[in-house]
Design a protein around this ligand. Structure first.
Ligand SMILES: [Zn+2]
Length: 474
């Protein structure tokens, strides 16, 4: 990129809210069902029907606003946004124009830069058009029509593809941690429109913006921004002009192509939605919602590193997914050894999650069962290799690990005192071990561990023996 240009990016991000039902009717909000099965007269826009607002959708949108530091509007108002297209049977979308539900807020990037939201508003999703290129037909699935969405509109604060992807990653993480949305991009649960313009450094006016709609992966967002900024700079360098338009990102060719000249806001003929009366949102309601917000990733990171003393790398991995972080927190309620629990999650559990067919950590092994194993290990009732074996058997059988350990006689019957006694005995029989230890501590330690294992049929804990040897030898 030529260094005398700067890029200005603003985003509009749509995220589907995880309600059970749609925003204005009681149809199921569910992805992947048979087309046109979750529909009713309201969401296919039959005349004479009346929408009823889903309270849960409003609560989730407020949660999103609170988690992102927005102010919550004192009233809930809807507007009609008109456009004529088959995915919208009413020919208008119920959205918010005059008074969005959440105003302001933003996300801080790692560089310290604060990216502001203009607002976040609540609206209904449109149906899905499926183009069959083979038969040259278009099909419509209205299951998605009426699914609640929040649209998060940023200010034009971003200035590179890297910053944009970082911002989106943080936004996605916040919405997931706040239990607002699943943000499954592969299911179009989170889509991003990118507005991009370039201008010469020092110029006070923004350049002509181009919009790229419905990008549904971070990779597409990154590629589209890189391509589009270079295209615009080259165009300007040639003495050309940028046309205000909507462009489409072609994933396979990795280029953007012109779709249509950008419609202006007045084309939508916004008008107040007459089917609703305004609902008041009191500060008390907002506080009530605020009190149910779970801890956000940054707070969890702070707690893990400062309170629990975990290395930053561990804390970062744990907060990278809400599932990991919740699982970790649940385990600590049963067995408070943060580093031990973190290690088991990061090695044994994540390895299984990635390699086998598990959706969540809890699918692999419940927090309760994992902690039973960890407690047995901490109490020296089992050794490390036995703990691994018990872990595998618990996953296979889904039985309580304590029961497994009892029936399979995995529990050690040797007490710590007995182990110490055997070590003392070995040293008493060979007093030269003490002087040899000073020269070759590892060799002598291993010799003693071997001796104890032999006498106990391998049921003693090697780490415990090593610790004890080092204690009495030094
Ligand atoms: Zn419906």
């Amino acid at each position: 990129m030529k260094t005398d240009y700067e890029v200005n990016i603003g985003l509009e991000i749509h995220a589907e809210l995880k309600t059970k039902t749609k925003i204005f009717c009681s149809c199921k909000n569910s992805f992947g069902d048979k087309p046109n099965t979750n529909v009713c007269p309201v969401c296919i826009g039959l005349p004479g029907t009346l929408p009823v607002t889903n309270k849960q959708a409003v609560i989730l949108a407020i949660r999103a606003g609170l988690a992102l530091g927005s102010r919550i509007s004192p009233h809930l108002l809807f507007d009609r946004k008109h456009y004529f297209y088959p995915d919208l049977p009413k020919a208008y979308q119920i959205s918010q124009d005059k008074l969005p539900l959440c105003i302001g807020g933003g996300i801080k990037l790692d560089s310290g830069k604060f990216v502001r939201f203009n607002h976040i508003h609540l609206e209904e999703d449109a149906g899905k058009l499926i183009h069959d290129t083979f038969t040259d037909q278009t099909f419509i699935d209205y299951n998605r029509g009426g699914v609640p969405l929040i649209e998060c509109v940023t200010e034009v604060d971003l200035s590179s593809a890297e910053e944009t992807v970082e911002f989106l990653t943080k936004l996605r993480q916040t919405l997931i941690f706040a239990d607002v949305a699943n943000c499954k991009m592969e299911q179009a649960g989170m889509r991003c429109d990118v507005n991009l313009s370039v201008k010469k450094h020092g110029s006070s006016e923004l350049g002509t913006k181009v919009e790229m709609k419905n990008l549904n992966s971070f990779k597409s967002v990154y590629g589209a921004i890189k391509y589009e900024m270079n295209r615009q700079i080259e165009e300007l360098e040639k003495g050309g002009k940028i046309v205000q338009e909507t462009r489409k990102w072609d994933e396979t060719k990795e280029i953007t192509t012109s779709m249509r000249k950008k419609e202006e806001s007045k084309d939508y003929r916004y008008m107040p939605e007459p089917d609703f009366i305004s609902i008041n949102i009191s500060p008390k309601d907002i506080d009530k919602i605020r009190n149910t917000l779970p801890m956000m990733p940054e707070e969890r990171f702070k707690k893990y590193t400062e309170e629990y003393g975990l290395p930053e790398q561990d804390a970062n991995l744990l907060i990278s997914e809400k599932d990991y972080s919740d699982y970790f927190d649940n385990c600590l309620k049963l067995f408070f050894e943060p580093k031990t629990v973190a290690n088991w999650i990061m090695t044994d559990l994540l390895k299984l999650l990635k390699s086998a067919n598990f959706n969540t950590l809890e699918d692999i092994i419940s927090e309760e069962y994992l902690c039973i194993i960890l407690k047995l290990l901490a109490d020296k009732k089992i050794t490390r290799p036995v703990a691994k074996e018990l872990f595998e058997k618990t996953i296979q059988t889904k039985n309580n690990p304590l029961e497994i350990a009892k029936t399979e006689k995995m529990l050690s019957t040797i007490s710590s005192e007995q182990i110490c006694k055997i070590v003392d005995q070995i040293i008493a029989e060979k007093p030269e071990l003490k002087s040899e230890y000073k020269v070759q501590p590892d060799k002598i330690t291993n010799f003693i561990v071997g001796g104890v294992m032999k006498q106990t049929q391998g049921k003693a804990d090697a780490t415990f023996i090593k610790d004890y040897v080092s204690k009495i030898m030094n």
